[in-house]
Design a protein around this ligand. Structure first.
Ligand code: UDP
Length: 468
C-alpha cells in the first residue's frame, strides 16, 4: 500500500486526505473523485463523520483508499443533536478540526494535500497551518457558484465583481429572478452555510468543481462570472465524477456503483426493471435530504395513477406514512415503491425513460451522464437554478410548474401533462436528442485526455511535476 513504480523505482506514492461533508450528495462525488485519484496511483484517506466512516469501511474495499473518522456524530447526535443544524456545524468544526490536524500530523505517510468539501470552510485553515496544499471541492455547478458569489459579496459587504453584481445577474435573459434560489430564505442557517463556501475560496490552492467545461459554457452570464473567477483563482472542472464502469475502465476493486449511506434500506429493484421495455419506466426520486409534504406526495401519487405508466418511486422511510393508503394496492403490477435504491445503477438501466427529480446537482449530472430526460420539480437552493438550465439552456428536461403559493406544491394535472410530454410529445423527442449529445460530451470530458481528465492530471502534476 502506498507505493508505486516511477521510472523503474518503487516509490512511496503521494498521500491526499479528502475531507467529505456528511450528506449523501456530498460523499458520493468526493468518493468517486477519490477513486479517480487512486486509479492514478495516489494513496487516499477519506476523512468523514464516524457513521459514514463505519459504513464505508463495512461496504467498500480499495487497496489505495482508507476511511477515517474525525468526528463522532453517533454519540453527539448528528445534525439532529443539540442546537440543530448550527449546533452540529459548531461541534463538527470544534472536534473535527482538532482530530483532522492530529491525524495529518501523526500520519506515517506524509500528507501532500487536503481536498475539502467547500461546505467545510474551516478546513482551509488546517492546510494553511500545516503548510500542505489545499483544494476546495464544490459539489455544485460552476454556474451555481457564480450565481451565489455576487450574493455572498452583497451579504458580507465584500467588494462585488465589477459590473457583475447580483442585480445585474438577475436582469439577464438566461437567468431571471424566479430562477434564483429564492426559497432559501426559509432557513437562514443553510443559506449562510452555503455562502460560507466562499469564505476561504481565495486561500485554496485549487478550487475543483464536479462539472465539465462544455456543459457550463452554455449557461450565459454565470459562465462569464465563472470565467472571471478562473482568472482570479485556480478553478477547474473535474467531473462528472462517476464510477469507473461508466468508462468501461474499472479501477481496482471498483465493485460498487455508488456509496449508499442508506444501505440498510437499499432495495434491489434491478430485476424488476429487467422485465420492463426500453424507456418505459418513470423513475421518481427527490434525493437524500428533501422531505416532501403530504400534499405533494398525494399529487405525485395521483399523477402516477392517472398516467397509467410504469414507475419506480423512492419514498424515504419518513415519507412513507404520507402515501395514500390504497396506493400500493391500486398500482401493484404498474409501479414499485422503494425506500432507497442505487440511483446510478437505476439511471444506467435501459428501461428508464424519464426521471422526475428535485434536480440536486448529483442527480442532474447523473441523469445527463446516462442520457435520461428529466422532469424537474426543484424544491430549494441550487435545485431551482439547475432546473432552469435543464429546461431553458440545455433543453434536456421540462419543469413541472409549482403553484405560486407558500407551499409551492406541483399539482397532479401539471405532473401528468409533463410526463406525457416527455414520454410521448414532440418536446420529448427533442429532449432525448439533446440529452444524448450531452451524454457524449460528459463521457468525453472524463475519458482519457478529456478536459476534466486533463485537469485532474494538472492537479496531480502541480503537486509534484515529476509524478505523472
Ligand atoms: N441517491 C441514491 N439512491 C436514491 C436516491 C439518491 O443513490 O434512492 C443518490 C444519487 O445517486 C445522488 C445522491 O444520492 O448521487 C443525491 O444527491 P443530489 O445532489 O442529487 O441530491 P441531495 O441528496 O444532495 O439533495
Amino acid at each position: 500500500i502506498g507505493t508505486r513504480m516511477y521510472q523503474g523505482r518503487v516509490e512511496k506514492s503521494h498521500h491526499i486526505v479528502v475531507l467529505a461533508d456528511q450528506g449523501q450528495g456530498h460523499i458520493n462525488p468526493m468518493l468517486q473523485f477519490s477513486k479517480r485519484l487512486a486509479s492514478k496511483g495516489i494513496k487516499i484517506t477519506v476523512a468523514t463523520t464516524l457513521s459514514n466512516a463505519k459504513s464505508m469501511k463495512a461496504t467498500l474495499s480499495y487497496s489505495m483508499i482508507t476511511f477515517e473518522s474525525i468526528y463522532d456524530d453517533c454519540s453527539q447526535g448528528g445534525v439532529l443533536g443539540p442546537g440543530g443544524f448550527k449546533g452540529f456545524l459548531d461541534r463538527f468544526q470544534a472536534s473535527g478540526s482538532t482530530n483532522l490536524t492530529r491525524f495529518i500530523l501523526d500520519h506515517e505517510h506524509p500528507v501532500k494535500c487536503l481536498v475539502y468539501d467547500a461546505n467545510i470552510p474551516w478546513a482551509s485553515k488546517i492546510s494553511t497551518q500545516l503548510g500542505i496544499a489545499g483544494a476546495a471541492f464544490f459539489t455544485q455547478s460552476c454556474a451555481t457558484a457564480a450565481t451565489y458569489y455576487p450574493m455572498y459579496c452583497e451579504v458580507y459587504e465584500k467588494t462585488p465583481l465589477s459590473m457583475l453584481s447580483f442585480p445585474v445577474v438577475t436582469r439577464l435573459p438566461k437567468l431571471r429572478f424566479p430562477d434564483l434560489p429564492s426559497r432559501t430564505g426559509r432557513y437562514p442557517p443553510i443559506i449562510i452555510h452555503i455562502l460560507g463556501q466562499f469564505d476561504n475560496f481565495g486561500k485554496a490552492d485549487w478550487v475543483l468543481f464536479n462539472s465539465f467545461d462544455k456543459l457550463e459554457e452554455e449557461v450565459g452570464t454565470p459562465y462569464l462570472i465563472f470565467q472571471w473567477m478562473k482568472k482570479v483563482w485556480n478553478v477547474v472542472t473535474i467531473g462528472p465524477t462517476l464510477p469507473s464502469f461508466y468508462l468501461d475502465k474499472r479501477v481496482e476493486n471498483d465493485n460498487e456503483y455508488g456509496f449508499n449511506i442508506h444501505k440498510p434500506n437499499y432495495s434491489n429493484c434491478m430485476e424488476w426493471l429487467d422485465s420492463k421495455k426500453t424507456g418505459s419506466v418513470v423513475y421518481v426520486s427527490f434525493g437524500s435530504a428533501a422531505n416532501l409534504c403530504a400534499e405533494q406526495i398525494t399529487e405525485l401519487a395521483d399523477a402516477l395513477r392517472q398516467s397509467n405508466i410504469m414507475f419506480l418511486w423512492v419514498v424515504k422511510p419518513d415519507e412513507q406514512s404520507k402515501l395514500p393508503s390504497d396506493f400500493s394496492k391500486e398500482t401493484s403490477g404498474k409501479g414499485l415503491v422503494v425506500t432507497w435504491c442505487s440511483q446510478i445503477e437505476v439511471l444506467a438501466h435501459h428501461a428508464i425513460g424519464c426521471f422526475i427529480s428535485h434536480c440536486g446537482w448529483n442527480s442532474t449530472l447523473e441523469a445527463i451522464s446516462f442520457g435520461v430526460p428529466i422532469l424537474a420539480m426543484p424544491q430549494i437552493l441550487d435545485q431551482i437554478i439547475n432546473a432552469h438550465f435543464l429546461e431553458k439552456v440545455w433543453s434536456v428536461g421540462l419543469i413541472a410548474k409549482a403553484n405560486e403559493d407558500e407551499k409551492g406544491v406541483t399539482a397532479s394535472e401539471e405532473i401528468y401533462r409533463c410526463i406525457r410530454e416527455v414520454l410521448e410529445g414532440e418536446r420529448g423527442e427533442e429532449i432525448r436528442k439533446n440529452i444524448t449529445s450531452l451524454k457524449e460530451l460528459a463521457k468525453e470530458a472524463i475519458d482519457t485526455s478529456g478536459s476534466s481528465d486533463k485537469h485532474i492530471d494538472d492537479f496531480i502534476s502541480q503537486l509534484d511535476p515529476a509524478y505523472l
